[in-house]
Ligand binder design. Structure first.
Ligand code: OGA
Ligand code: MN
Length: 290
């Protein structure tokens, strides 16, 4: 079986064909997939038939599966106990309760766990039930966002950090407050260097970036608006229209993602895994030696 890697859009992303994620994947293929993932930032595998164990085995090819911090159910919809590291992303209620964090409708652009000191690196979503329309996932290329900034803006953000926080709202700007003890938050560089590719990526997003540290509020708001406009330009976005059986994986170090709205009367269910990551830095020189 020959493997093909076909670009999914002009912005980023590629579809990988000729790989059955249910079958064992050898070291050469794993290396090829990692290379493609670094090159394309988002990989799409269609027509897969994965249970939670195989999804975890695939996840392990890319790193140590990440823990789940959000409220999470102990059992899947089918009653099967969920393995550690498995989270369901769904609008479905069981006995009136969401299957974990409620994933209803639209969700703004964000980077998973950017509010943590050590954000998870990869996120993998596997589609089990998909609404008839909407609920697409948008992926924005944060290398391109950085590259598109005016030189003066790049100068302004150099050496700056931004406060990232997790408010659990899907479509609301976060606001820093005096007492942040009840909300997960961390300040990371406004632009980070990707530890593996060495490329600079913008690291701000609409859902979780509250302010640029050390700036007056008005100045910070204006700069964030400018950065968000660059980071959400349709020219750097790939929109994934889901089919049941899709496995999509992305790199949180250089991609933000969002979800389009979908009818609340329809069911949407995806299985999610991540890999552990480490703290991002502005320059490669700051990374601890491997
Ligand atoms: C996620 C997420 C988007 C979606 O699982 O981290 O943001 O389309 N999901 O459900
Ligand atoms: Mn997410």
């Amino acid at each position: 079986m020959s493997i093909e890697i076909l670009p999914a859009s002009d912005a980023l992303g590629a579809e990988v064909t000729g790989v059955d994620l249910n079958a064992p994947i050898d070291g050469d293929v794993a290396a090829l997939l990692r290379r493609a993932w670094l090159d394309y930032q988002v990989l799409v595998f269609r027509g897969q038939d994965l249970d939670q164990h195989r999804q975890l085995a695939f996840t392990r090819l890319f790193g140590q599966p990440g823990g789940v911090f959000s409220p999470r159910p102990q059992r899947g919809l089918d009653g099967e106990p969920l393995e550690p590291g498995i989270m369901m992303v769904s609008n479905i209620r069981r006995d009136g309760k969401p299957l974990g964090l409620a994933h209803d409708g639209e969700m703004w652009f964000h980077s998973d766990m950017c509010y943590d000191e050590n954000p998870h690196q990869a996120t993998m979503l596997y589609a089990i039930e998909i609404p008839s329309r909407g609920g697409n996932t948008l992926f924005a290329n944060m290398y391109a966002a950085y590259d598109r900034l005016a030189g003066t803006t790049r100068e302004r953000i150099r050496g700056r950090t931004a406060l990232q926080m997790h408010e659990y709202h899907r479509t609301d700007r976060p606001r820093a407050r005096d007492d942040m003890s009840d909300v997960r938050h961390f300040s990371h560089p406004v632009a980070i260097s990707h530890a593996e590719t060495g490329r600079k990526a913008l690291y701000v997003n609409r859902l979780m970036t509250a302010r640029i540290d050390g700036m007056e509020e008005a100045e910070s708001d204006a700069l964030i608006d400018e950065l968000l406009a660059a980071s959400e330009d349709p020219g750097i976005v790939y929109e994934h229209v889901w089919r049941v059986g899709d496995l999509v994986m992305w790199d949180n170090r250089c991609v933000t993602h969002a979800r389009t709205d979908f009818p609340e009367t329809e069911r949407r269910l995806l299985r999610r895994t991540t890999t552990e990551g480490s703290r991002p830095f502005e320059t490669l020189a700051e990374y601890p030696a491997a």
